[in-house]
Design a protein around this ligand. Structure first.
Ligand code: NAD
Length: 273
């Protein structure tokens, strides 16, 4: 089993979905976690569930002072910082490019990109002080290829992946590793909250969304937050000690290409050309 004994982490956006799975995984492996989120109810409930190994600190990732406070609280409560996970996010502003709300664009970038920058900025001094550590930024397949997310969301995620490599190069001499994880579709509130209507309509939309997303995916199963937590555990642990500047894609093969039954060769009866 992965061993994070004695390691302290901050996970932004840990009140829900992928962040909550990462926080649970870290604590199950002996680590301690600051749950840094704007969602007080969910954050406090998770901290209660995880007991003395967890602490909720209300944090808006768009605010530098909030992230610095989360680092201070982590150091005071758990004796240092070893792992920073910049995970907080939301779907951002949607719409066609000629009608897209410019303030919504700024707000999307504030949370998805500036939030990751500020998380790295706040964490690096504490990680240096600890003699090294690791940063994990949550990207997205939408940031790797167009057509998997709205303009602002996808562009901000592409920048998160690039920022990850850029920071990794700078802090490698300090023994700080910086990696991204790019999830495929996961059924969390972020992905499903836009499904509205009567319960029957929501169920119908959810099924169509699932079919559309899983159709081109080589592995025909729905990804789960736990799959991302497993990747984060690997990157944060001793097993990941030689990995930095990497974007670990955890998406059932979606970014690798189209599922074999969707390739032209399949229709000619030849699977491999
Ligand atoms: P989620 O909605 O379940 O959780 C997101 C969390 O971020 C929530 O707890 C929310 O309160 C928090 N948050 C939002 N704004 C914040 C802010 N300003 N400051 C602090 N916390 C804030 O969503 P999720 O699917 O678990 O998303 C986690 C990450 O995974 C996001 O970065 C998202 O873009 C990424 N991601 C998700 C999917 C997916 O399909 N669900 C796919 C690819 C990438």
């Amino acid at each position: 089993m992965t061993d994070l004994k004695g390691r302290a982490a901050i996970v932004t956006g840990a009140a829900s979905g992928i962040g909550a799975a990462i926080a649970r995984g870290f604590v199950e492996c002996g680590g301690r976690v600051v749950i840094a989120d704007i969602a007080e109810e969910g954050g406090k409930a998770l901290a209660k569930e995880l007991g003395a190994a967890a602490l909720f600190v209300r944090t808006d990732v768009g605010e530098q002072a909030d992230l610095e406070n989360a680092v201070t609280r982590c150091v005071e409560s758990f004796g240092g910082l070893g792992i920073m996970v910049n995970n907080a996010g939301y779907a951002g502003v949607f719409g066609p490019i000629d009608g897209l709300d410019a303030d919504g664009w700024d707000q999307t970038f504030r949370i998805l990109l500036k939030g990751v920058f500020l998380g790295c900025r706040a964490a690096v001094p504490a990680l240096r002080k600890a003699g090294g550590g690791c940063i994990i930024n949550i990207g997205s397949g939408a940031g790797m290829r167009a057509g998997y997310g709205a303009h602002a969301y996808a562009t901000a995620k592409a920048a998160v992946i690039h920022l990850t490599s850029s920071v990794a190069l700078e802090v490698a001499p300090d023994n700080i590793r910086v990696n991204a994880i790019s999830p495929g579709f996961m059924p969390t509130p972020l992905a499903t909250s836009s499904l509205t209507g009567t319960p029957e309509e929501v169920a119908g939309k959810a099924k169509r969304m699932r079919d559309a997303l899983i159709g081109p995916q080589p592995l025909k199963q729905m990804g789960q937050p736990q799959d991302i937590a497993n990747a984060a555990l690997f990157l944060a642990s001793e097993q990941g000690k030689f990995v930095t500047g990497h974007n670990l894609v955890v998406d059932g093969g979606l970014m690798a290409g189209r599922a074999v039954e969707m390739q032209p060769a399949f229709f000619f009866g030849r699977r491999h050309g």
